[in-house]
Ligand binder design. Structure first.
Ligand code: RIB
Ligand code: CA
Length: 317
């Protein structure tokens, strides 16, 4: 008999790699997606929300979708058109949304899901931590209904948007600070692992070979995402966000180290840095399971197999 499904909230700023993370989640029978929430980051909240609706339509995710906050808790909106394009999800054509947006804002939809769920819920957060922090601030009593939060964000040794800070954390460091201090079990897929989670052009073609509509779109997303990273010298496309889903399915393919991680919210040069105590002294109890390495081949295989779950699905584009 199959074990109970893991109830999941997908929170992100899609985004090519967010979309591929959601593809993996929807393809995996281990999960039951209870809600999808957008956050501002890679593009404006209007664009990331529209993208979330289009991705859900493509993949057949029939959970409610709610719009997040238009900017960070204390910071101005950011965007990253160099990475994901002006739409936030440039590349292949996508279907128009087949579902309505929830009347609730993201933190309230998250709260509703937590309140109504019999089992504890896992949150996968692949953008800024704005919605999750707003949830924790507004509904501290619901913390105990969160099983764990699996985050793509940060980097223990370096950043990507600044030398010190990774993009998702830099977009809203105050929110990340609240989440990292929350006491909820955290998995942190930072640049330490995600820059090793590379997919190469031959992987894109293996994905395309599955032959279904979703496989074709995913291969095109990878092509687009790779162009930007190739211009920076990456040998492949770093699949940041799918790591936050993959670790829930196959922790054994990752090297995981526990650290006490703090978020730099001030810092003239280091705002948004994730500072881990790696000295090995007696110190604060670790607050994050930090992903440090990955079996790249196994990770690529996981994604290549996942697209096969969409055999027979076709929507009008
Ligand atoms: O730094 C990587 C993060 O920023 C990922 O979540 C990716 O989607 C990008 O926007
Ligand atoms: Ca993202």
């Amino acid at each position: 008999m199959r074990e109970k499904k893991i109830p999941l909230i997908l929170d992100g700023d899609p985004g090519h790699d967010d979309a591929i993370a959601w593809m993996l989640a929807k393809a995996s029978p281990e999960f039951e997606i209870k809600a999808v929430t957008s956050v501002s980051g890679n593009q404006t909240i209007e664009k990331t929300t529209y993208n979330a609706l289009r991705i859900c339509t493509l993949l057949g995710i029939d959970a409610p979708v709610a719009m997040g906050l238009p900017h960070g808790l204390l910071s101005e909106p950011f965007d990253a058109p160099s990475v994901h394009g002006q739409s936030g999800l440039d590349g292949p054509k996508l279907p128009e949304p087949a579902m309505e947006l929830s009347p609730l804002r993201a933190p309230e939809l998250m709260a509703k899901v937590l309140r109504e769920s019999e089992d504890k819920v896992t949150i996968v957060s692949t953008g800024a931590q704005t919605n999750v922090a707003a949830l924790l601030l507004a509904h501290p009593e619901l913390k105990e209904k969160i099983e764990r939060i699996s985050i793509m964000g940060g980097g223990l040794t370096h950043g990507n948007w600044t030398p010190a800070a990774e993009f998702n954390i830099l977009v809203d460091p105050e929110a990340a600070d609240i989440v990292f201090k929350s006491g909820v079990e955290l998995y942190m897929a930072g640049l330490d692992v995600t820059e090793k989670a590379l997919l190469f052009p031959e992987d894109f073609e293996n994905i395309r070979k599955a032959g279904n509509q979703v496989a074709g779109v995913v291969a095109d997303w990878l092509d687009f995402f790779y162009q930007f990273h190739r211009s920076l010298g990456y040998p492949g496309a770093p699949l940041h966000d799918p790591c936050a889903v993959a670790v829930l399915l196959h922790p054994e393919i990752f090297t995981i180290e526990d650290y006490y991680v703090e978020i730099e919210t001030a810092g003239e040069y280091s705002r948004g840095a994730t500072v881990a105590d790696m000295r090995g002294f007696e110190g604060p109890v670790p607050n994050a399971h930090c992903l440090m390495g990955v079996d790249r081949e196994a990770f690529a295989k996981l994604l290549t197999e996942a697209v096969k779950a969409y055999e027979g699905r076709r929507v009008e584009i």
